[in-house]
Design a protein around this ligand. Sequence first.
Ligand code: ANZ
Ligand code: ZN
Length: 877
Amino acid sequence: SERYNARDAEPRWQAEWDRQAIFATKNDDPREKYYVLEMFPYPSGRIHIGHVRNYTLGDVIARYMRARGYNVLHPMGWDAFGLPAENAAIERRIAPKAWTYDNIKAMKKQLRSIGLSLDWSREIATCDPSYYKHQQKMFLDFLRAGLAEREKRKINWDPVDMTVLANEQVIDGRGWRSGAVVEQREMNQWIFKITKFSQELLDALGTLDRWPDKVRLMQRNWIGRSEGLLIRFVLDAATTPNNESELKIFTTRPDTLFGARFMAIAPDHPLAQAAAKDNPALAGFIAECKQRGTAQAEIDTAEKMGFDTGIRAIHPFDPGWTLPVYVANFILMEYGTGAIFGCPAHDQRDLDFVNKYGLGNVPVVCPEGQDAASFIITDTAYDGDGRMINSRFLDGMSADAAKEEVAKRLEGETRGNEPVAERKVNFRLRDWGISRQRYWGCPIPVIHCPSCDVVPVPEKDLPVTLPEDVTFDKPGNALDHHPTWKHVTCPQCGGKATRETDTMDTFVDSSWYFARFTDPWNDSAPTTRAVADRMLPVDQYIGGVEHAILHLLYSRFFTRAMKATGHLGMDEPFKGMFTQGMVVHETYRKPDGGWASPEEIRIEVDGNNRRATLITTGEPVEIGAVEKMSKSKRNTVDPDDIIGSYGADTARWFMLSDSPPDRDVIWSEEGVQGAARFMQRLWRLVNEAADAGKAAPPDRPATFGADASGLRKAAHGALDRVSTGIERLHFNVCLANIREFANELADALARSRSNKSAPAPDLSWSLREAAIILVQIFSPMMPHLAEECWQRALGQTGLVSEARWPQIEPDLLVEDSITLPVQVNGKKRGEVTVASGAGNPEIEAAVLALDAVKQALGGKQARKIIIVPQRIVNVVG
Ligand code: ANZ
Ligand code: ZN
């Protein structure tokens, strides 16, 4: 047969799938649903190879589950708001909307060329008013339910770009785009009260047993629950500014109280502010601290710095013991109480701090087996378990017992009618600040009125749409600069008022799109409850590990908030989660030190050596490390080029072949060529098997000879392994199984050809069966080739994309046989070989059929047969 021409076949089958709309999912389909979702793309302009991997993984599952008879939902859309559209507007003078929709158009065409089984009738773009109007409605619902609020918050302010920056956008204290030194400002921000669900979000992680452990752990750490004690320290009045008499701290280590050397408070702690009033040097220090970013990483890596306020705190167990109170740059106002006692021997930050300021340390927890007298701490704090030392009444206790003892004693003591200490569960998780001073986002639907304060936009006035006639000639928020957009009349009093010009963080858009996909046609509400409750949760979600924390946590919050406001009936949006690895590529270094792209070089393989040269000049190129694809290293490959020259099936196959899907896969030209050759091989093989099977009887033969049985075992074994492999997402293993089975089929064909005469009917039937199974098991990975084989080679009617997955014949899966010794009247007479799963009747029949046994019985009936499982068979004559 002629070569398989992917460039001709692929668009043809894509058009056929479209024409028959076979991937359009009906919400009233009575079959059990299965929802597969890959994280939707940002419309940056081009699909990159990582998308191809992500969507191919999801597509294999979707196609497989469809063949298994599920009502599969596999939608696609666009995470379409965000900063790059505004940057394009500034740099290239294209309106953000036009830029975004142009990109969507281009990328949709690219996605279609991959041959994904997507239901495009549900396509959504988050920048479309038909989407974000529902988001605005939910914002108002959340506001009413106390799940959204306005709050004064400390934020990172970029004075050049005139915008708030997320912590991740502050690099070394500077704005990531402008390079300007970031200021900390207090500003009114809209927040979502994710902390209302802190405990629930933590507890429910335990139910997500189809999520990667590492993702659950990352979420657990992000939520950061810790159990500790709030302790009120008395301040020495002689050293303390007016009206301040105590300092409340949060600690998780009350056991270390006798190792305390100092107290520390956040630069924006009220006590610090009070102390700075008549202390200009302290005020200067505080101002310096505030110039730093608020990012945790920033704080963790910055050098520990402090300033002695002169205030002294009194130790809760010793009125004669005072501790200096410092303002320190590593204490956050937003965590605990913004104040600590420092125990340098058992906390590294505190140790770094005292070593700088010469405050010394006293170890109070001694590791088991360590001599207390010789236990000293110099540069490394000890944060493990042990016995208490240097701690008066705690000495000799375990650290855990000491924690409990301190808590009990201080809880029982009162000062001014209040206990000196109380137990407290603290969470690291903060409420979600969603305000962005950006144009290209979902407008927050509220109005500020000088007399009525904050007034929600009446629902009948939704959506609040973005104006399109905006300019970006000034830095800052284009909504703010618009001459008319924000000027409105107050819906409550009819007076002059202004719109909120903040838009929502784009993470809001992606926190509920999976729910919208269940009924994107509903114009009057975000979801159709009955439909959403039937189609959700997402059974398999697939995406990059970079979203393991924020996006997944926000979506989990949103699902709960939507439940609380009546839009959904469940708590968890994603039943199964999978994080795929990256596509990486080797790098090529030119003699002049610059990087060469993969298209510019030629690779020669000589045994184990690979040499690279520049195609244009023949100069040698150094083959460098395999790295994440990036523009700067020029080691990217363009999906369009790959699909253009090899076809989508080859790209899909290669993507799945070499590595487990959660690991990085190394893209290589040789690997892709290998995949392309295998595709041709499958095409030939299926055609040959189809030819050999032409003479097959229409009905399944009653019995099969050895050759046919062997082939059928291989086919059903492969079918079984590929099925479970797909269910476990072990795609690379599936591909290895398919290759192996292809070899077995080729062997069977070769044997039958060498027999000169036409294959017997049972073998010819089995060859055809094998070809059908082969095509079906590779169809989720190479769907276009599979259709071509299905109709053109095998002459099947209909589409393989709609065919039911083949039935496994379990009898054929019994791989191993077992051999048992056989005794007649206590004397060994021979051996019997049976399938390992064979039952007693089969074993008895096989034993009685042995000539040696017949002889030993002398033609008489056996009186009794005793089978010792897995060991021996005794025949009693
Ligand atoms: C005394 C102590 C001794 C502490 C010791 C630790 C070790 P997690 O587990 O993350 O909750 N801390 C409390 N509030 C803080 C703030 N606003 N900024 C910076 N650090 C703060 O951490 C709790 C511990 O972090 C607390 O326990 C406190 O230091 C510090 F050997 O108290 B600890
Ligand atoms: Zn008003």
